[in-house]
Every structure is written in structure tokens, then in C-alpha cells.
Design a protein around this ligand. Structure first.
Ligand SMILES: Nc1ncnc2c1ncn2[C@@H]1O[C@H](COP(=O)(O)OP(=O)(O)OP(=O)(O)O)[C@@H](O)[C@H]1O
Ligand SMILES: [Mg+2]
Length: 281
């Protein structure tokens, strides 16, 4: 019996694939990336997936604010050898693992070869041991943000119906297409007055991207404007937990279900962290 179990374990290990990496980006700031990342990660963890949420917003990262925890350590402590990756993980609801980025990744360029290798191997463990890694990026199209998006299997671009947000979301899609991004691009319209308005915005962006960039932009969904989401931020409790019956929660649950069905790892994704590190050199 023990032999059979061992055999089964080995078979399961062989079938195991690395975590699918989802980067959440926007162009314009304040469109809801951090709230979407946090709530989506909570939903996926609640569905039994092993999820890591990585705060890659080096300047204004506020995952800890939204999720109401204080993090003593971040990725920079792994970089300088003070802590192991396990020690900088904050465990959230349903075993969701959260890692704060701080200014660590920006400092990659100054690392020696030994430290870089150590970092890659530490972080590769995360990819091997989890089902999904969700990266909350900073606003804009800085080198660091673009690096995370290009290394991901899937980049979720968030916009609102505001004209400036739409223009900036398109600029982000253009940068990804310009770098021949091999992963999937999806658009999520947040703070829409209705699902129909949100869908229309997706159609417009997708058709311009198809025509001028030769890029396919999938529709990730629409999240309507919801006062309860604002209230949940003030309460420092993610909306899916604070208001499980709100319209925002319904949309986020639908998004999580859709993403978890289509969670794929790029055929060329030999290690997303290796790609990130290479991007900085
Ligand atoms: N669907 C929504 N309905 C109403 N308000 C929303 C919605 N989504 C987000 N917000 C509001 O927008 C604010 C900004 O959200 P969030 O911090 O998630 O944006 P962000 O894109 O991560 O910002 P930054 O670019 O600064 O990182 C939230 O504090 C919340 O009040
Ligand atoms: Mg944010």
C-alpha cells in the first residue's frame, strides 16, 4: 500500500506544472489594480488554489493597507540575505501567501552574480510550489512594470471608462505588443456604470488593438462602480470578505472563475523570474 502511495505521489509530482503568472497593470493610476489583485487572490485561494500575491508596486504599494497587515520584511531582505523567502511571506485568508516588494527588485541591477542566482532559485521555489502568482504592479509603463508584465503568462490590463484611463491602457497594450509579448492580454473595465458600458469599452479597445497592433485583447470582465468597495477600503477589509453580496464581489468572483478556467502557463515560460532578472540587465 505504501509503495502504491509513493508511486501515486511521484505521478502527481510529474504532472505538476509551475504556477501560472498573472500581472495586473493599468497605465493610469488609481483604476483599482490593488483591490482587484487582493480580492481576486482571496477568491482563488478560497477555491482551493495555492496562490501567491506579490506587491510589485515599489513606491506606493498598498496591499498591506487594503489587507490590514504590517509587513516587517519584504523581498529586499531576501536579496540582501537577511531572510529566506519563507520568512518574508505573510499568510492571509485560506493560506494566501503575500509578499511585499518594496524597493528590492529595483535594486536588482546592483546585485552580484551569487545573489542574483540565489534570488532566482528562492523565487523559483514559489513558482514550483503554487498554482498562481498574482503580481500587483505600479501605475504606468516604467521599465520595472513592463518587465513584470512581459515575464507573466497573462497580463490583465485594468481601465475605467474615463478617457485618460482608456488611452493609458491602450498605451500599455501597445508596449506589450511592441515587445512581441508571447502571453495573453486581457482587459478589465472597472468602475463602469453598467456591464453593457464596460463591454462596449472592451470592444472598442480590442478592435483598435487588432487593427493597429495586430494584438488580441480578451475581455476579462466588467466591475461596476460600487460604493461598498470604497467602504471596504476604509474598513481595511477586502470587499469580497466585507460585502460578500455586493455587486463588486459578484463581478470579482466571476473574474476569478473565468481566470481559473483559463489559467495556462506559456509554452516558452522557462521561468518567469529568470525573465524578470534578465530584463533588468
Ligand atoms: N469598482 C469600484 N467602485 C468604486 N470605487 C472603486 C472601485 N474600484 C476601485 N475603487 C476606488 O478606487 C480606489 C483606488 O483603487 P486601487 O488602490 O485598487 O487602485 P490602483 O490602480 O491600485 O492605484 P495605484 O495606481 O495608485 O496603485 C480605491 O481606494 C477605491 O476607493
Ligand atoms: Mg495599487
Amino acid at each position: 500500500m505504501r509503495n502504491e502511495t509513493l508511486h501515486l505521489n511521484r505521478m502527481m509530482e510529474a504532472c505538476k506544472r509551475p504556477a501560472s503568472v498573472l500581472a495586473i497593470a493599468s497605465g493610469k493610476g488609481g483604476v483599482g489594480k490593488t483591490n482587484i489583485a487582493a480580492n481576486l487572490a482571496i477568491c482563488l485561494a478560497a477555491s482551493g488554489k495555492k496562490v501567491v500575491l506579490f506587491d510589485a508596486d515599489m513606491s506606493l504599494g498598498n496591499l498591506d493597507v487594503i489587507m490590514n497587515f504590517t509587513s516587517k520584511y519584504n523581498i529586499s531582505h531576501v536579496l540582501n540575505g537577511q531572510r529566506s523567502i519563507e520568512e518574508v511571506i505573510h499568510v492571509g485568508p485560506d493560506g494566501l501567501e503575500i509578499i511585499c516588494g518594496a524597493s528590492g527588485i529595483e535594486g536588482l541591477a546592483e546585485l552580484g552574480e551569487f545573489q542574483r542566482r540565489r534570488l532566482i532559485s528562492e523565487l523559483t521555489k514559489l513558482q514550483d510550489q503554487n498554482d498562481a502568482i498574482i503580481i500587483d504592479t505600479a501605475a504606468g509603463i516604467s521599465k520595472s512594470v513592463v518587465g513584470f508584465c512581459l515575464a507573466a503568462d497573462h497580463t490583465l490590463v485594468v481601465t475605467t471608462p474615463e478617457a485618460t484611463a482608456i488611452t493609458d491602457a491602450y498605451a500599455m497594450i501597445k508596449v506589450l505588443a511592441g515587445h512581441s509579448f508571447a502571453g495573453r492580454i486581457s482587459l478589465l473595465v472597472n468602475m463602469a456604470e453598467s456591464i453593457a458600458t464596460g463591454r462596449k469599452i472592451h470592444q472598442q479597445i480590442a478592435s483598435v488593438a487588432r487593427r493597429f497592433l495586430n494584438a488580441e485583447v480578451d475581455c476579462a470582465g466588467v466591475i461596476v462602480w460600487d460604493e461598498r468597495l470604497r467602504r471596504s477600503v476604509r474598513m481595511r477589509k477586502p470587499v469580497v470578505l466585507a460585502y460578500p453580496n455586493s455587486r463588486a464581489t459578484c463581478s470579482i468572483v466571476a473574474l476569478a472563475a473565468k481566470l481559473s478556467k483559463g489559467m495556462a502557463v506559456r509554452a516558452d515560460n522557462e521561468g518567469f523570474l529568470r525573465k524578470i532578472v534578465n530584463w533588468f540587465f
